[in-house]
Design a protein around this ligand. Structure first.
Ligand SMILES: Cc1cc2nc3c(=O)[nH]c(=O)nc-3n(C[C@H](O)[C@H](O)[C@H](O)COP(=O)(O)O)c2cc1C
Length: 218
């Protein structure tokens, strides 16, 4: 069965949303589909007005219940910068995931990140690891994602889908196809993506921390 991907983002001024749409195009280019969700706004309308923020559009559903994500095999998360950190809107979402923490509801899911910052300095902050696509918005937010930044976001979506499609969620048939297409060099040597195969599969269900099926190192 084809893997299910969700792109979840918070975007106050639209930069992250534009990148999210590019990530979606990349996933579709790789032959997949995905659903877009927005993390809920936490600021009152009065504050948003003072920040010259347009407010969330209703064309993309708001992700209120994190359990919705349990049905997906992988998530791409769009995260703008707030004072060198990630926004409180995202924190409010994560603070609702106690149920998934307790049940392991997100265990084994794939995840990726894309970001937007005003400046390159913020992009280098540790918050940004692991690396993903990104866009600079400039101090006043006037700069829009460039064609190159959108291309990188599209490539991230495409590659993310391929990795998920070749991972535990994939059917044997999908894995066979993807392995033949992507992982074999002309000399027949194993490539980096082979080396990145989830260890879980190689160690008969035991994660690297020793607990059965608790950790998967990508
Ligand atoms: C309250 C606030 C704090 C911000 N802090 C930073 C920051 O520390 N570093 C930075 O590069 N950009 C910072 N920015 C700029 C935003 O990260 C940038 O405008 C945003 O990524 C644009 O994404 P969006 O249009 O999807 O909301 C800040 C913006 C706001 C509103």
């Amino acid at each position: 069965m084809a893997p299910k991907i969700a792109i979840v983002f918070y975007s106050m001024y639209g930069h992250i949303r534009t990148l999210a749409e590019a990530e979606k195009r990349g996933i579709e280019k790789a032959g997949g589909t995905c659903d877009l969700y927005q993390v809920a706004e936490t600021l009152p309308a009065e504050v948003l007005t003072k920040m010259h923020a347009p407010g969330q559009k209703s064309d993309i559903p708001i992700l209120t219940d994190p359990a919705t994500l349990e049905q997906y095999d992988g998530f791409l998360m769009g995260i703008p910068t707030r004072f060198g950190n990630f926004p409180a809107q995202w924190k409010a979402f994560w603070d609702k995931t106690g149920g998934q923490w307790a049940s392991g509801g997100f265990h084994g899911k794939f995840a990726g990140v894309f970001i937007s910052t005003a400046s390159p300095a913020a992009a280098r902050s540790p918050r940004r690891l692991p690396w993903g696509a990104g866009s600079f918005a400039a101090g006043d937010g006037s700069r829009q994602p460039s064609a190159k930044e959108l291309e990188v976001a599209e490539i991230q979506g495409e590659q993310f889908y391929k990795v998920v499609n070749n991972g535990p969620a994939a059917s044997d048939e999908n894995k066979k196809t993807a392995t033949t297409a992507d992982n074999t060099t002309a000399s027949g040597n194993q490539t980096a993506s082979d080396a990145n195969e989830p260890k879980e599969k190689k160690s008969k269900g035991e994660g690297p921390c020793g607990l059965p099926k608790k950790c998967v190192v990508q």
